[in-house]
Design a protein around this ligand. Structure first.
Ligand code: C5P
Length: 215
């Protein structure tokens, strides 16, 4: 895989990685993959089909039938969808099916930006620029709470914080492709940053990584 034009943006829920990835896509004119949506779609579609989130083969069958053009749905952006995603994401069978789709996306001529949990470690280990975006759990919970209430979901901030802690533990503790910074990723803590500051810091990290490639 030729990774020099690929940018990976990993990190926990509501760290700001999606906004940062979208911003980098705009700056560099690159297509962006929100890989969390793939897992959200598998979880939601499996539940809609009456399946069990703990059944790896049923979840992998849903993943195999996933149509990337049908991912942009409000049903995949709810609190319940995030929880379902993290339950199907523990299955190696599901991750294996989604691997090819994500690698194909990364190998587009001209490059791509991919955001998720294992983009820099498993999907694109040769990416030319890798970011690991974090923020304190309390800050992330407030951001996610604002997003969910903005979408019309009535939920307590304390519940969202509890969800985030459970999801962090499951995502970083699972055996298959756990959430972790790649050894060569640059850490970006957005706890004290505005969206513009975080976007600017991310751009500088990518510029530095690209300059280092040329030297
Ligand atoms: O990023 P987002 O919150 O949409 O991801 C939902 C869930 O999907 C995560 O909590 C994680 O369990 C799973 N996921 C993953 N690997 C990715 C992207 C998301 O395991 N690359």
């Amino acid at each position: 895989m030729s990774g020099s034009q690929v940018i990976t943006v990993d990190g926990p829920a509501a760290s700001g990685k999606g906004t940062i990835a979208a911003g980098l896509g705009r700056i560099y004119g690159l297509p962006v993959l929100d890989s969390g949506l793939l897992y959200r779609a598998v979880g939601v579609l499996l539940q809609q089909a009456g399946g069990d989130l703990g059944d790896p083969l049923a979840a992998a069958a849903i993943a195999r039938d996933l149509r990337p053009e049908a991912l942009d749905q409000d049903a995949f952006r709810t609190r319940a969808a995030g929880e379902a995603a993290s339950q199907v994401a523990v299955h190696p069978e599901v991750r294996q099916v989604l691997l090819a789709l994500q690698r194909d996306f990364a190998e587009q001529p001209g490059g791509a930006v991919l955001d998720g949990r294992d983009m820099g470690t498993v999907i694109c280990p040769t990416a030319g620029a890798k970011l690991y975006v974090t923020a304190r759990p309390e800050v992330r919970a407030e951001r996610r709470w604002r997003q969910l209430t903005g979408q019309g979901e009535g939920v307590d901030l304390a519940e969202v914080l509890a969800d985030i802690r459970v999801r962090d533990a499951r995502d970083s503790g699972r055996a298959a492709a756990p959430m972790a910074p790649a050894p060569d990723a640059v850490l970006l803590d957005t706890s004290e940053m505005t969206i513009d500051q975080a976007a600017d810091a991310a751009r500088r990290i990518v510029e530095a990584a690209r300059a280092a490639q040329l030297s």
